[in-house]
Every structure is written in structure tokens, then in C-alpha cells.
Design a protein around this ligand. Sequence first.
Ligand code: PBG
Length: 340
Amino acid sequence: MSEFPKRRMRRMRASPGLRAARREARISVDDFICPVFVVEDEAAAGPVASMPGVMRHRLSELDREIETLVSLGIGSVLLFGVPAKKDATGEGAARDDSAAAQAIHRIRNATDRLTVMTDVCLCSYTDHGHCGVIRDSAASPVTQGGHRGVTIDNDATLDILARTAVAHASAGANVVAPSGMMDGAVAAIRSGLDAAGFTDVAILSYAVKYASSFYGPFRDAADSAPAFGDRRSYQMDPANAREALAEAELDLREGADAIMVKPAMPYLDVIRRVRDAFPSVPLAAYQVSGEYSMIKAAAERGWLDERAVALESLTAIKRAGADMIITYFAKDAARWLRDA
Ligand code: PBG
């Protein structure tokens, strides 16, 4: 094709009809998965200060939220349970009366129109806030943010994760989503689920999860900040992209039915690389708390147009290659798209 003045790119942008007809990436309510926080301690319920518009729900209030989600046409939720009591091992996560399990029951009894995905991790359930069981070992080469001699014991954590997944499946979860970045978690959960007869429960693995500072506001919502050190010995280094392909491949080989890249917007290149390397895999991206709160805060100051920026960010995540988007904008975006 010859160049200017024969070729003018602006012609195909000239009218709304042309722009719509040639559009490559489209977002719809079908893409969205809405995170839902449920607290066991009723006194802890209420708005999350660092995430305007996001609530910590008490169980008894969940029905209203379910109704809203269903009426907006949102098909899936990602459930986070916040327990009243924590302990050293995070055993509470595996209880069949955990806040998460009770919430699953409630959603199941209220509607058939919501797919229930659950976060499977120990960080809200451990008193130290790490995503696994900890072990003191002076000989350990691992440091947790300057803390030496404490290891997050990968293999000791797997059994609790598998039992947590089974508890969620027993309560009626459709999909379990291990987010703790423990090696072998997908395989352990798959064999736990299968042994318990839950062969139809899917695993959405947080396969590519970075040690990101964008999770700050979430840790207020889920009460899951590490009490010492950081998560860099188990979550990925933000500088790495090739490593993401290894993580994705391992989780798929262990039996993940779908995988996730998290966070989303600072890692669009990673979403694209994972999509290209695994063209057929269902791929989710998590627009995390910090991504959400930045847009909210700027919009509150009048510095950004919230609706336009949120929809642009979701479109960019879709364009990068994600099929599903976990986003705190799910309800608002569903309304914006409906009313557009
Ligand atoms: C639990 C978990 C985290 C998020 C999802 N699951 C926090 C973390 O790893 O520290 C973050 C989600 C968000 O920031 O919105 N491991």
C-alpha cells in the first residue's frame, strides 16, 4: 500500500459507525468477575476506606449484594472470606463453617445465576499475615524482607490449601483460585478435589502473581498485611516476564483449568506474552486494589474522568489478551456499558 497522500489513516476514524465496526477489542459485562469481601466479625463490616465504593459485607447482608450483581448481569464473583480469629497455621481457612464457606452456601441458596469463585490462600487466616505456614530455621537461606531464619514452608502449606479448596467445593464453589504462589499448589488442590469427588470444580490459578505494591488497599479490606517482612520470597519479581511463562506452564501442567496474571495494567506486556505463549488457555487478569484506588482518588479530585478512564483501562486489559477481568469496577462498568 502506498503512502500519503494516497493513504490516510484518519478516514477509518471519521465516524462513530466506522470506529465501532473496526474496533478490535470490546468489553462487556460477560468479561467481569466481581470481588466480594465477606467478614465473619459483624463489627468489621462496612466500607473499605482505601477503596471507595467497596464494602466488607456481613453474611446477613450478602443477599442484597447478590441481587445487585445478578440484576446487573454479572456472571461471576471472586469471594474473599475474612475470619474473626487467626492462628499461626491458617487452619481456619479449611473450616467448613468459615466465612467464605458460609457465603458460598448463601449465594448458592439465593441464586443459580452466579458462578462462585473463591480465593484460596492463608494470608487472611494466619496471625502473621503470610500466605503459608511459617517455620523457624536458622539454616534457611530465605529472607522475608530483611527477616532471616523464617521460611514460608511451601510443602507444609499444600495440605491446608487442598483442604480449603475441598471445603469451598463442598459448600458449592464452582471454581477455586489459589493465590498464595506456593509451588505445587495446583497439583495438590486438584488431587484433593478429585479424591473428594469434586472432579467438576475448576481451578483458576493465580499463576503469574507479582510481589506488587499495588495490593496495598486490598490488605486493608482482607486484613492480610504481612506482620513482618514481605512476600518477595514467594511472589514474582516485577522485573521479570520470561519467568511468567514458566509459572504459567507449570500450573497448566499441574492441572490448572485457567490462569491469571496479576496485577493487570502495569503488566499488560505479561498478559500479552502469556496469551501468545498459551493461545488456547482461558486467561484472567486481575485489576487489583491499587489500580482501582488510584483511579478513584484521581477522579475524586477532579483530575480524571472516572468512567472514561475505568472503561479505557478495562479495554486495554482485554486488548492485551485477557478473556476475563477481575475488577472492583465490575458493577459500575456494567452500569456504564448498559446505559451507554
Ligand atoms: C491473597 C491475595 C491478595 C490479593 C488477592 N489475593 C493480596 C496479596 O497477595 O498480598 C490482592 C488483590 C488486590 O490487591 O486487589 N494472597
